[in-house]
Write a new protein. Sequence first.
Length: 457
Amino acid sequence: MLQIKTRILSSLRKNPGNKMTTLQNLQKYLDKIRREDKKINAFLQLRDEEELIEEAKKIDEKISKKSAGKLAGKVIAVKANINVKGLNISCASKTLENYKGTYDASVIKKIKEEDGLIIGITNMDEFACGSSGENSAFGPTRNPINNQLITGGSSSGSAAAVSAGFCDFTLGSDTGGSIRNPASHCGVVGVKPSYGSVSRYGLIDLSMSLDQIGPFAKNVEDAAILLDVIYGKDEYDSISESGKINLKEIEKTPKNLTIGVVNFKIQDKRIQEIVDRKIQEAVKKYKWDVKKINMKYVDLMVETYYPLVYVEFFSGTRKFDGRRYGMKIENSAGVEVLRRILGGSEITKAEHHGRYYNKSLKVRKLVTEEFTKAFKKVDCIIIPTVPKLPHKIGEKITVEEMYSYDTLTIPSNLTGNCSLSIPAGKIQGIPVGMQIICDKFQDTKMLQIARSFEKLS
Ligand code: GLN
């Protein structure tokens, strides 16, 4: 009996179109957004309702003719730095306040081909610069779990929209933690795929050697469904590689698995305790092993990351000179964006002879080698996602404190490994995420491990 029930439930989960039409699903979400988003500020733009209804009906027709794609029935929102034709891709900045996407990013094209319904554009830290969601030119996003708190950033609206139940999935971008960090604070699943596994064509860069687009969802299975659609080689992104997500594998719990644990500096010890407890639960139930890994360079991550980001961001923003798109960035952007432009222009001055940038590249190489070595001994590395709990919106914190939110997420961007955050528990009602890191292009294995953890609770 229980088995039949689970089977029915999981088949319903796989295709909400069975349970609810696309139109009903859309209307449910539109009502909820209208009622609750004034408080949360997850959306910067909702698409025209009539257009949405028309599109939902077309998808329902396809479902009834059994010719619908993998995402039919699903309602999806997109971070404001990923081009969607005709929508306002402002990067939450005054600079691009009136800019409308002139084409679809490759990930959007793939979503549309699979009949995903794009409902709107989500809020974020301006140009993806931030860790709290407070740097948007259009107001901060509030954490749906506790409205006084930040959501984390920079994909603040995408994390909040899933957490608040405003849509099925969202897309975010992750340069140093911007998917995993808000996923952790908002109690949802957030995936940063391996660098090069998902096309960046159509993403407005923060730092092109680190950026990666990825999904947010309520559970691992849903995140995998969206990742499967956007994953793989794209001729428009020369560094993208071919690869696949094997959805069938994800339900299988790995038999022999060794988890690596690393001693990072965690500001709030209670967070490490929650993650340790989860690891122990899994070890007991699945008879997995745990190995301690010593790493020499992991505590230099923030110092290594920022010079790279400043330089790449400075270079990437030179096109925002007020002639082709929107306004001149120096005249219209907020403090954090200006700090990075100024920093980037300083670091790249001829008189420094590339000194800071080259040093960062060296450490990046060293830490990549450390991780490559570690993955010869362990299948995955599990650490907390964020080293501290989220602060209250508006609370004054220093730049260093803000940057330190990403201490534990940055390594996977520097190395190009895949990494995700899943909810591991709560401290005084505030969600705490656990990060699972796997070697490059081991995204299916990472999802499989995450799903095994999900099955524990
Ligand atoms: N918080 C980090 C930064 O501000 C990460 C941003 C991101 O991943 N987009 O650079």
